[in-house]
Design a protein around this ligand. Sequence first.
Ligand code: ZN
Length: 243
Amino acid sequence: MKKINVTVWNEYRHEKKDKAVADIYPNGIHGCIADFLGIQDDIEVRTATLDEPEHGLTDEVLDSTDVLIWWGHMAHGEVKDEIVEKVHKRVLNGMGLILLHSAHASKIFHKLMGTRTLDLRWRESGDKERLWVIEPSHPIVQGIGEYIEIEHEETYGEHFEIPAPDELVFISWFTGGEVFRSGCCYKRGAGKIFYFKPGHETFPIYHMEKVQRVIINAVRWAAPLANLPIRFTNGHTPERLEK
Ligand code: ZN
């Protein structure tokens, strides 16, 4: 069985600056995500971080990545434009991309969505969040049940300036009354993209079994299908045409 090659990218700054975050994620958010992905039989995982040369996303790494996971927050502006260009090109050519939590404001999400800001309403309040499954037959929500409940999370609310998702699989409700489109699927070129809201750094969200299940499912959903070399041709038909 060919395994899905996953690269988990993290800016890896909060964990170095804030002991409370480091206590939750001693090996970084990327380390935690790589741990639960790495024990899946069909997934091969590695990590990359902002401060590595080329942010750890060399041509060799990107060319051999089937699905890239992206967590960023305080250092979106430090991500080099030429790396964003390369990631963008790889997505259009079929690499899957999973954007987590504050990656809504990353350069790569902006570039792929083509919108003005991708801004949203937010409060750092520790509200309860309930993510309702609204597309029960979607592969990403299998094994989740009706909803995911997170006891304490950062609140994100509408309006969220995104293009209408091709498939919307979760809507979140918060104790403050806000709602938010928290699981959004897109296709761009040959690539599949999933934005998934949970994962504020001061709460142990990526240790939660259901959140892990969604990310594992999303990796399998976003992995490129290998049987279709896409050709754009002119003047050729599959049928013999009479002159
Ligand atoms: Zn946050």
